[in-house]
Design a binder for this molecule. Structure first.
Ligand code: GAL
Length: 673
């Protein structure tokens, strides 16, 4: 069995992508000297090196890579070695132009960037396996090797290809999944709009159509494309496992949905030895540290709660957004340590030395164009020392208070066209629920809808449009056994083929919620509804309303205006030993906070009224001890009550009672046992 942690690292991983091939060799000595000065322990190399190590078909030249590997090893820096299969060389495409992917509109992409891959291409698969095998035969037992890094960010920049090769591969996938064409007709509901197929051979990828394409066809194509990328990952991984036993294999994920939404990471999490993730702050006016926390929680959950590794983030600005602000002083360390708090056993960056050429020359790095006499460099050196003091945290697990259900497949289904309202956005609901619970200082795990939820007093379901019957049974059992569930509108509606569950909405959730929904009644653009409770409290919703019929649930808030006036808006159903809440409109943040407040009370979660907004407290626990991470995202000094006494690891000071926390600072207290 391969290990799940980078081989040979004793503390937390620190470093970044290292692309020395972009520089003359005389720069390399300075690189490793500065890496040592910064406390770098691990670098990712070789990710884009295919054209250099195989300059022509079947001729390998490892000279440069040998020298880099040796230099890093001599300097005690460990290696996360990339298989270069995200960037096939120009010669490959000249010989196999069919390996370039085709868009839905039928445009074939060209060479000259990266990630232009048709994952069904046999030529690509053969060439990728061959270069991987050469690489692992050369370095598979090198003493500096800590981790294998397959490919780069599957699903980005091309999430699916629509070429003829993919069409043939898709037909094979359909036959394996459904047995025959009748199975496909049934699953896709092709009786509608005359889409019936007489044989699997008649089925094409869902290329651009004049109007809405069959939604089940689109959904299966998303599954097929994801599974095809995973097949290629597994093929490379198995070569690495066979020829480099014991060394863990990863591929860097992008669990932040805004950056990659075409990969079902629940399935991928089961295939990698170590979950690694790339996270970049998105500048869209929202609180970036909340999105960071959410992404880190989701990544940890994909890892089954085990430690994972932040393989890429940025020291300062990125280069691919419309506007790329620099990070504020101290923000880089705060971001890094917030990931560590939520389970990352290290903090790595894209990239070590800022590129002079190519598309990413304005992307920040550990060693910027400005050199070592710069704020970024000084912060990089400081962070290396901080991570070194946190070595004992390695291997411990983040402790969560509650869970949110998340399913990529439901998300794909929800984005399909012709829905009751284009204003409803599943991701927005997930973000809002997360943010409301973050502001209540609760740490969340994410869970697949069919996972065992019994460990959580509270489970929230912000938008789970696609839900299986097994999910319905799972949630019912969860509530009957004492759990508190909060479900938002437009959940439990369709099965895995986007077919409405038989009977009234919300299909598989009717029982657990104790209600039916007769009809959706989405609101006009900008329209709002008031909802009121018997105690006189009034909340506001927008986007959505619907006609709810309680069948066992009690009405807590009622629509005061709109088409549903006088009918239930928010209900509570006592079932077995638990409670299931239903929210039938899109609540404003303040209203959502009120309702989640009531639900957390039902769940017996004590509110943390002693912590200021934007001060994060997260716990990690394990064999080496109990750690309290405190992250101050505000500019104001504050004091944070501790659950015991201990030693603050970054300052070495004793800590007890109320811990002084300067504005912008992070503290990590190891509690005395
Ligand atoms: C990542 C990618 C890196 C680099 C980085 C820039 O998505 O893996 O190679 O491009 O973005 O932010």
């Amino acid at each position: 069995m391969p290990d799940t942690a980078p081989e040979g690292l004793e503390g937390l991983a620190y470093g970044g992508d290292y692309n020395p091939e972009q520089w003359p060799e005389d720069v390399w000595a300075e690189d490793v000297r500065l890496m040592r000065e910064a406390g770098v322990t691990l670098v990712s190399i070789g990710i884009f090196s295919w054209a250099l190590i195989e300059p022509e078909p079947g001729r390998y030249d490892f000279g440069r890579l040998d020298r880099i590997v040796a230099l890093l090893h001599e300097n005690g820096i460990r290696i996360d070695l990339g298989t270069p299969t995200v960037a096939p060389p120009a010669w490959f495409y000249r010989a196999h132009p069919e390996a370039l992917p085709v868009s839905r509109e039928g445009m074939r992409y060209a060479f000259g960037s990266r990630g232009a891959i048709c994952h069904s291409s046999t030529a690509y698969r053969t060439a990728a396996a061959a270069v991987t095998e050469q690489l692992v035969r050369r370095y598979g037992s090198h003493p500096a090797l800590a981790l294998w890094h397959v490919h780069n960010e599957y699903g980005v920049p091309v999430s699916a290809c629509y070429c003829e090769n993919c069409a043939a591969h898709f037909r094979r996938w359909l036959t394996a999944t459904y047995g025959n064409v009748e199975g496909v007709n049934e699953a896709w509901g092709t009786a509608f709009w005359g889409q019936h197929y007489g044989s699997v051979e008649e089925i094409e990828p869902p290329r651009a159509t004049p109007t809405v394409c069959n939604p089940a066809h689109l959904l299966d194509y998303a599954r097929f494309a994801d599974a095809t990328m995973r097949e290629n990952f597994v093929r490379e991984r198995d070569i690495l496992h066979r020829l480099s036993p014991g060394i863990p294999v990863t591929t860097n994920f992008m669990t932040a949905l805004s950056q990659c939404d075409s990969v079902d990471y629940w399935a991928w999490g089961r295939e990698v030895d170590l979950v690694t993730n790339d996270h970049y702050l998105i500048t869209d006016g929202r609180r970036t540290h909340v999105n960071l926390a959410m992404t880190a929680d989701l990544t940890r959950s994909v890892a089954g709660g085990a430690p994972w590794l932040l393989l890429e983030h940025s020291t300062s600005g990125v280069s691919w957004q419309p506007r790329n602000p620099a990070k504020a002083p101290g923000q880089m360390a705060r971001n890094s340590l917030a990931h560590v708090a939520r389970g990352s056993d290290g903090a790595m960056f894209f990239q070590w030395r800022q590129s002079r050429r190519g598309a990413e020359k304005f992307h920040s790095s550990m060693l910027p164009h400005a050199g070592t006499d710069s704020r970024v460099w000084r912060e990089v050196v400081r962070l290396g020392a901080d991570l070194d003091s946190l070595a004992p945290v390695r291997g411990t697990r983040t402790v969560a208070d509650a869970a949110m259900l998340w399913d990529w497949q439901s998300w794909w289904a929800q984005r399909l066209e012709w829905r009751p309202s284009e204003d409803h956005d599943a991701r927005e609901r997930a973000d809002s629920f997360y943010e409301a619970l973050y502001d209540r200082h609760l740490t969340l795990d994410f869970a697949h809808p069919e996972a065992d939820l019994s460990a959580y007093p509270l489970v929230v379901v912000p938008a789970l449009y696609l839900a299986s019957e097994a999910t319905g049974r799972n949630l019912r059992t969860y509530v009957e056994n004492g759990g508190t569930l909060v479900v938002s509108y437009f959940s439990g509606i369709v099965d895995e083929h986007d077919a409405v569950h038989p009977g009234a909405y919300p299909g598989v959730l009717r029982d657990v919620l104790g209600l039916t929904v007769e009809e959706f009644s989405p609101l006009g653009e900008g329209e709002r509804v008031r909802i009121t409770a018997a105690d006189g409290s009034e909340l506001t919703g927008d986007v959505w309303s619907e006609f709810v019929v309680p069948r066992g649930a009690e009405t807590v808030w009622t629509y005061a205006d709109g088409l549903a006036a006088g009918q239930p808006a928010i209900t509570r159903h006592r079932l077995g030993r638990g409670t299931a809440w239903y929210i039938s409109t899109r609540l404003t943040p303040a209203a959502l906070d009120t309702v989640l407040g009531a639900a957390t009370e039902d769940a017996g979660l004590t509110p943390r009224t002693d912590l200021p907004r934007d001060v994060e407290v997260v716990r990690r626990s394990g064999e080496s001890g109990e750690y309290v991470f405190v992250v101050n995202h505000t500019g104001t000094d504050t004091k944070v009550p501790l659950p015991g006494h201990g030693t603050e690891l970054l300052t070495g000071e004793r800590a007890a009672g109320r811990l002084a926390l300067p504005g912008g600072a992070v503290r990590v207290v190891r509690l005395d046992s």
